[in-house]
Design a protein around this ligand. Structure first.
Ligand code: PEP
Length: 237
């Protein structure tokens, strides 16, 4: 485990009504005991955010949105802005997920605009990278380390049941951290958390979290059931 506070995040993608999402949150609140040395984040659908925020009141579990627009407001039918997400209690916004790039043709330039908008309004971003630091962050001034989390997710590992070996993942994370040093500086780069994503499950989380540059996980499928996500959050060092 690294010196950075581990961040265990569940991306619920397009699953669950508000009532179903609240039921899962209640399970997590009951089941997770180790909040003192790890940060736990859940990212429900937009429609479930207010109900989940309400259910999380008083809990250390933090709320994330799965996407945002870069403008504060305007004629952008179907979009949701960073201030709107902040208003419903979102602490993080996931941007740059490969599913958004694949199915909605989201580009590095758009991810870049979203990152800039979130950082400008004081939000926190959870940037998902398919490769090493790409154009999503280029040209942006490096923010304080606690405002940005990087997730490294090899596309072939997402939702496939295939996971990078712990060595492959560690190597990629160390490489990303080296690139971060060029983007900000060594002190900040050493504080930025880099999460691994791609078929993380209860039976591989312990080995992944034992790697020095893996500071947490971004979990899709295995975050949809209480017992499985609770076991992941409660990884053993
Ligand atoms: C993801 O979508 O970010 C992800 C890692 O999914 P899964 O855990 O299902 O591979």
């Amino acid at each position: 485990m690294s010196i950075r506070m581990p961040l265990m995040a569940g991306n619920w993608k397009m699953h669950y009504t508000a009532a179903e999402a609240v039921a899962l949150v209640e399970e997590l609140k009951q089941g997770i005991t180790r909040f003192h040395d790890r940060e736990v984040v859940v990212a429900p659908t937009f429609t479930a955010l207010p109900a989940v925020a309400n259910a999380l009141s008083g809990s250390p579990i933090r709320l994330a949105a799965q996407n945002c627009h870069w403008e504060k407001q305007g004629a952008y039918t179907g979009e949701i802005s960073p201030p709107m997400l902040k208003d419903v209690g979102c602490h993080y916004v996931i941007i740059g997920h490969s599913e958004r790039r694949q199915y909605f043709r989201e580009t590095d330039q758009e991810v870049n605009l979203k990152a800039a908008a979130l950082l400008a309004q004081g939000g926190k971003t959870l940037d998902v990278l398919a490769e090493q630091l790409g154009g999503g962050l280029s040209g942006l001034e490096a923010p304080p380390a606690d405002r940005i989390v990087i997730a490294y997710e090899p596309i072939w590992a997402i939702g496939t049941g295939l996971t990078a070996t712990t060595e492959q993942a560690q190597e990629a994370h160390a490489f990303i951290r080296e690139r971060l040093v060029k983007w900000c500086n060594k002190t900040v780069a050493n504080q930025i958390r880099i999460l691994y994503g791609g078929s993380v499950k209860p039976d591989n989380v312990d080995a992944l979290m034992a790697m020095p540059d893996i500071d947490g996980v971004l979990v899709g499928g295995a975050s949809l059931k209480g017992p499985s996500f609770i076991r992941i959050v409660e990884f053993q060092e």
